[in-house]
Ligand binder design. Sequence first.
Ligand code: ITT
Length: 197
Amino acid sequence: KEIIVASGNQGKIKEIKAMLEPLDIHVLSMKDVLGDDVDIEENGKTFEENAIIKAESIMKQVHRPVLADDSGLEVDYLNREPGIYSARWMGHDTSYDIKNQAIIDKLAGVEGEKRSCRFVCAMALAIPGQETKVFKETFEGLVNDHIAGENGFGYDPIFYFPPLKKTSAEMTMEEKNQYSHRAKALKDLYHYVKENM
Ligand code: ITT
Protein backbone atom coordinates (compact mmCIF):
# COMPACT_ATOMS: atom_id res chain seq x y z
CA LYS A 1 0.00 0.00 0.00
CA GLU A 2 1.14 3.50 -0.81
CA ILE A 3 -0.03 6.93 0.38
CA ILE A 4 1.10 10.38 -0.71
CA VAL A 5 1.24 12.93 2.10
CA ALA A 6 0.06 16.37 0.93
CA SER A 7 2.22 18.35 3.36
CA GLY A 8 5.27 20.56 3.14
CA ASN A 9 5.84 20.31 6.89
CA GLN A 10 8.84 18.01 7.50
CA GLY A 11 7.92 17.54 11.18
CA LYS A 12 4.54 16.11 10.24
CA ILE A 13 5.96 13.93 7.46
CA LYS A 14 8.57 12.41 9.82
CA GLU A 15 5.94 11.45 12.40
CA ILE A 16 3.55 10.05 9.77
CA LYS A 17 6.34 7.96 8.22
CA ALA A 18 7.46 6.62 11.61
CA MET A 19 3.92 5.42 12.28
CA LEU A 20 2.82 4.09 8.89
CA GLU A 21 5.99 2.51 7.45
CA PRO A 22 6.12 -0.25 10.14
CA LEU A 23 2.51 -1.07 9.17
CA ASP A 24 3.64 -1.67 5.57
CA ILE A 25 2.23 1.53 4.17
CA HIS A 26 4.77 3.27 1.99
CA VAL A 27 4.68 7.03 2.56
CA LEU A 28 5.63 9.42 -0.25
CA SER A 29 5.80 13.21 -0.02
CA MET A 30 4.57 15.72 -2.61
CA LYS A 31 8.22 16.32 -3.46
CA ASP A 32 8.69 12.60 -4.25
CA VAL A 33 5.72 12.55 -6.63
CA LEU A 34 5.41 16.06 -8.09
CA GLY A 35 9.02 17.16 -7.79
CA ASP A 36 8.20 20.00 -5.44
CA ASP A 37 5.91 21.06 -2.61
CA VAL A 38 2.63 22.50 -3.79
CA ASP A 39 1.16 25.41 -1.88
CA ILE A 40 -2.58 25.01 -1.46
CA GLU A 41 -4.78 27.84 -0.26
CA GLU A 42 -6.37 26.76 3.02
CA ASN A 43 -9.58 28.77 3.03
CA GLY A 44 -11.67 26.40 5.16
CA LYS A 45 -13.20 27.41 8.49
CA THR A 46 -12.31 24.22 10.35
CA PHE A 47 -9.45 21.75 10.61
CA GLU A 48 -11.63 19.18 8.83
CA GLU A 49 -12.41 21.48 5.90
CA ASN A 50 -8.76 22.43 5.42
CA ALA A 51 -7.63 18.80 5.55
CA ILE A 52 -10.18 17.85 2.87
CA ILE A 53 -9.18 20.81 0.66
CA LYS A 54 -5.50 19.78 0.79
CA ALA A 55 -6.09 16.04 0.28
CA GLU A 56 -8.57 16.38 -2.59
CA SER A 57 -6.60 19.03 -4.43
CA ILE A 58 -3.49 16.83 -4.61
CA MET A 59 -5.50 13.63 -5.22
CA LYS A 60 -7.01 15.29 -8.34
CA GLN A 61 -3.49 15.93 -9.62
CA VAL A 62 -1.96 12.53 -8.94
CA HIS A 63 -5.00 10.17 -9.13
CA ARG A 64 -3.62 8.15 -6.22
CA PRO A 65 -4.50 7.94 -2.50
CA VAL A 66 -3.55 11.17 -0.71
CA LEU A 67 -3.46 11.96 2.99
CA ALA A 68 -3.48 15.50 4.37
CA ASP A 69 -3.02 16.69 7.94
CA ASP A 70 -4.49 19.94 9.17
CA SER A 71 -3.57 20.65 12.73
CA GLY A 72 -2.92 23.33 15.31
CA LEU A 73 -2.78 24.39 18.92
CA GLU A 74 -5.87 25.69 20.76
CA VAL A 75 -5.14 27.68 23.93
CA ASP A 76 -8.37 27.95 25.94
CA TYR A 77 -7.36 31.17 27.73
CA LEU A 78 -6.80 32.78 24.29
CA ASN A 79 -10.27 31.79 23.05
CA ARG A 80 -8.74 28.72 21.38
CA GLU A 81 -6.25 30.71 19.34
CA PRO A 82 -4.09 30.21 17.33
CA GLY A 83 -6.23 27.21 16.26
CA ILE A 84 -6.53 26.77 12.50
CA TYR A 85 -4.19 29.75 12.10
CA SER A 86 -1.33 28.04 14.01
CA ALA A 87 1.09 28.05 11.05
CA ARG A 88 0.20 31.61 9.95
CA TRP A 89 -0.12 33.14 13.44
CA MET A 90 2.18 36.21 13.87
CA GLY A 91 3.23 35.71 10.24
CA HIS A 92 4.54 32.67 8.40
CA ASP A 93 8.16 33.78 8.71
CA THR A 94 8.19 34.45 12.46
CA SER A 95 10.30 31.86 14.29
CA TYR A 96 8.71 29.46 16.74
CA ASP A 97 11.03 30.76 19.47
CA ILE A 98 9.21 34.07 19.15
CA LYS A 99 5.73 32.60 18.68
CA ASN A 100 6.14 30.24 21.63
CA GLN A 101 7.47 32.99 23.91
CA ALA A 102 4.55 35.23 22.87
CA ILE A 103 2.04 32.61 24.03
CA ILE A 104 3.90 32.16 27.34
CA ASP A 105 3.86 35.95 27.86
CA LYS A 106 0.13 36.19 27.13
CA LEU A 107 -0.48 33.62 29.88
CA ALA A 108 1.68 35.35 32.51
CA GLY A 109 -0.01 35.02 35.92
CA VAL A 110 -2.52 32.42 34.67
CA GLU A 111 -2.35 29.28 36.80
CA GLY A 112 -3.22 25.59 36.86
CA GLU A 113 -6.07 24.24 34.74
CA LYS A 114 -6.64 27.71 33.29
CA ARG A 115 -3.53 27.02 31.19
CA SER A 116 -5.30 24.19 29.36
CA CYS A 117 -4.63 23.72 25.68
CA ARG A 118 -4.80 21.01 23.08
CA PHE A 119 -3.29 20.02 19.82
CA VAL A 120 -5.91 19.12 17.22
CA CYS A 121 -5.31 17.04 14.12
CA ALA A 122 -7.71 16.38 11.26
CA MET A 123 -6.41 13.77 8.82
CA ALA A 124 -8.18 13.52 5.50
CA LEU A 125 -7.74 10.54 3.20
CA ALA A 126 -8.77 11.11 -0.40
CA ILE A 127 -8.90 7.98 -2.57
CA PRO A 128 -9.88 8.27 -6.26
CA GLY A 129 -13.50 7.20 -6.75
CA GLN A 130 -14.26 7.09 -3.01
CA GLU A 131 -15.73 9.56 -0.57
CA THR A 132 -13.02 11.40 1.38
CA LYS A 133 -12.76 10.28 5.00
CA VAL A 134 -11.66 12.53 7.89
CA PHE A 135 -10.31 11.45 11.27
CA LYS A 136 -10.01 14.09 14.00
CA GLU A 137 -8.27 13.67 17.34
CA THR A 138 -6.88 15.84 20.13
CA PHE A 139 -3.92 15.80 22.54
CA GLU A 140 -4.73 17.56 25.83
CA GLY A 141 -2.14 19.46 27.85
CA LEU A 142 -1.15 22.72 29.53
CA VAL A 143 0.83 25.70 28.27
CA ASN A 144 4.27 25.35 29.88
CA ASP A 145 5.69 28.43 31.64
CA HIS A 146 8.94 28.28 29.68
CA ILE A 147 10.29 26.88 26.42
CA ALA A 148 11.64 23.35 26.99
CA GLY A 149 12.93 20.58 24.73
CA GLU A 150 14.55 20.21 21.34
CA ASN A 151 12.52 17.45 19.69
CA GLY A 152 9.48 17.74 17.48
CA PHE A 153 8.51 21.03 15.81
CA GLY A 154 6.24 24.06 16.02
CA TYR A 155 4.60 24.53 19.43
CA ASP A 156 6.04 21.34 20.97
CA PRO A 157 8.42 23.25 23.33
CA ILE A 158 5.47 24.86 25.17
CA PHE A 159 3.04 21.92 25.20
CA TYR A 160 3.29 20.33 28.65
CA PHE A 161 1.82 16.82 28.95
CA PRO A 162 1.07 16.10 32.65
CA PRO A 163 1.04 12.26 32.45
CA LEU A 164 4.71 12.22 31.34
CA LYS A 165 5.65 15.44 33.20
CA LYS A 166 7.37 16.83 30.10
CA THR A 167 6.73 18.91 27.03
CA SER A 168 6.13 17.20 23.71
CA ALA A 169 9.53 18.59 22.64
CA GLU A 170 11.11 16.64 25.52
CA MET A 171 9.42 13.41 24.42
CA THR A 172 11.08 10.95 22.09
CA MET A 173 9.28 10.43 18.78
CA GLU A 174 8.16 7.03 20.11
CA GLU A 175 6.56 8.71 23.14
CA LYS A 176 4.91 11.43 21.10
CA ASN A 177 3.61 8.84 18.63
CA GLN A 178 1.94 7.02 21.50
CA TYR A 179 -0.15 9.94 22.75
CA SER A 180 -0.37 12.70 20.15
CA HIS A 181 -3.33 14.08 18.21
CA ARG A 182 -1.58 12.98 14.99
CA ALA A 183 -0.83 9.47 16.28
CA LYS A 184 -4.44 8.90 17.37
CA ALA A 185 -5.84 10.17 14.07
CA LEU A 186 -3.40 7.91 12.18
CA LYS A 187 -4.48 4.86 14.18
CA ASP A 188 -8.11 5.48 13.20
CA LEU A 189 -7.05 6.05 9.60
CA TYR A 190 -5.03 2.85 9.56
CA HIS A 191 -8.05 0.75 10.54
CA TYR A 192 -9.96 2.35 7.67
CA VAL A 193 -7.11 1.77 5.19
CA LYS A 194 -6.89 -1.91 6.14
CA GLU A 195 -10.54 -2.41 5.17
CA ASN A 196 -10.91 0.03 2.26
CA MET A 197 -7.70 0.38 0.30
P1 ITT B 1 1.01 21.66 5.55
O1 ITT B 1 -0.29 22.42 5.41
O2 ITT B 1 1.87 21.73 4.35
O3 ITT B 1 0.78 20.25 6.02
P2 ITT B 1 1.52 23.48 7.76
O4 ITT B 1 2.59 23.53 8.80
O5 ITT B 1 1.19 24.75 7.05
O6 ITT B 1 1.90 22.33 6.72
P3 ITT B 1 -1.05 23.47 9.12
O7 ITT B 1 -1.69 24.56 8.38
O8 ITT B 1 -1.88 22.26 9.45
O9 ITT B 1 0.21 22.87 8.39
O10 ITT B 1 -0.47 24.09 10.46
C1 ITT B 1 -0.20 23.28 11.54
C2 ITT B 1 0.64 24.06 12.55
O11 ITT B 1 0.21 23.69 13.86
C3 ITT B 1 2.09 23.66 12.45
O12 ITT B 1 2.79 24.48 11.55
C4 ITT B 1 2.54 23.80 13.89
O13 ITT B 1 2.84 25.13 14.16
C5 ITT B 1 1.30 23.43 14.68
N1 ITT B 1 1.32 21.99 15.03
C6 ITT B 1 0.52 21.01 14.54
N2 ITT B 1 0.85 19.81 15.05
C7 ITT B 1 1.88 20.04 15.88
C8 ITT B 1 2.67 19.20 16.67
O14 ITT B 1 2.51 17.88 16.70
N3 ITT B 1 3.64 19.76 17.38
C9 ITT B 1 3.87 21.09 17.35
N4 ITT B 1 3.18 21.95 16.62
C10 ITT B 1 2.17 21.43 15.87
